[in-house]
Design a protein around this ligand. Structure first.
Ligand code: A2P
Length: 267
């Protein structure tokens, strides 16, 4: 007897990729790596649709920032787990060998092309909003374009910082960016809902200037600084307001400028 065959998919349909590794950091956050088709190209910082097949036959897809850099042979993602989220409630149980659907096209504004040249790059994130920046800080182009890179992440709980903290700690040994990151990549962490040396939101720290004093850098200056922001809608609105108040203009792929924003996608 012939094995049942899947119906043929359209040329634009997502591809089937294999889960290679899954890491759970807390009961709210996990990361995973999947195979990358040779034809899949993206710019560091972009997002893509990924998801799972459903019994209905219609795939369940959500936008996910790609956390791995554009040169990596695999694709990495950093995800929240929403207990009743249609996708993440299932996705959090994936195991190596399982299939994940990958969209064919990546897009996004958290890319170098959307910023004009500058000297210092700020990457402001909360929670899983750090994912696109995990890609950016592993890309040699980041250090070709900027003298200094400052990654901030604010999380509810300390365990949620582990993904980016481990990544940053590993970078000095990274064959591609190891030589660039030393003394040029700063990682600034704050935790709002349990004890931690710094317990304030990034917006408060920008507003009261403590961020800049702690880092030993001047306040935000559109002449030399560039900014990427990724977090919840509320975090984006509040951080954007501060950056605009400092005189920054928003950029896009079509019209590069001084700052860019993107929502950290959930569900
Ligand atoms: P807080 O604990 O004070 O709400 P979330 O998981 O809700 O996206 O939050 C992730 C982190 O972002 C939390 O530390 C949270 O702080 C912080 N946060 C939430 N809303 C804002 C905002 N509007 N501006 C800055 N930080 C925010």
């Amino acid at each position: 007897m012939e094995a049942a065959q899947k119906p043929a998919r359209s040329p634009n349909a997502p591809t089937d990729e294999t889960v290679l590794e899954v890491r759970h950091f807390t009961d709210r956050m996990f990361s995973f790596r999947i195979t990358r088709p040779l034809a899949f190209r993206f710019r560091s910082g972009e997002f893509v649709m990924i998801g799972l097949d459903q019994d209905s036959g219609k795939p369940l897809l959500r936008a996910y920032s790609i956390a791995s850099p554009s040169w990596d042979e695999q694709l990495e993602f950093f995800s929240i787990k929403v207990p009743d989220g249609p996708l993440t409630s299932r996705l959090q149980s994936i195991q190596p060998g399982d299939t994940v659907l990958l969209g064919r096209k990546s897009v996004g504004t958290l890319v170098h092309d959307a910023l004009t040249p500058g000297r210092r790059l700020y990457l402001f994130s909360t929670g899983t909003g750090v994912a696109p920046f995990a890609s950016i800080i592993r890309d040699p182009e980041t250090y070709e374009r900027f003298d200094q890179v400052i990654l901030t992440q604010t999380c509810r709980l300390a365990g949620e910082l582990a993904y980016a903290t481990e990544l940053v700690a590993s970078l000095p040994e990274d064959p591609l960016v190891g030589d660039f990151v030393k003394g040029r990549l700063a990682h600034y962490t704050t935790v709002t809902r349990e004890p931690w040396p710094n317990r304030q939101r990034i917006t408060t720290l920008i507003e009261n200037g403590q961020l800049f004093r702690d880092l030993g850098v001047p306040p935000l200056d559109p002449a030399v600084d560039r900014v990427m922001i990724c977090g919840s809608l509320e975090m984006l609105a509040d951080t954007r307001a501060l950056v605009e108040k400092a005189g920054f203009t928003e950029g896009s792929n079509a019209s590069p400028a001084q700052f860019v924003v993107e929502k950290a996608f959930v569900g």
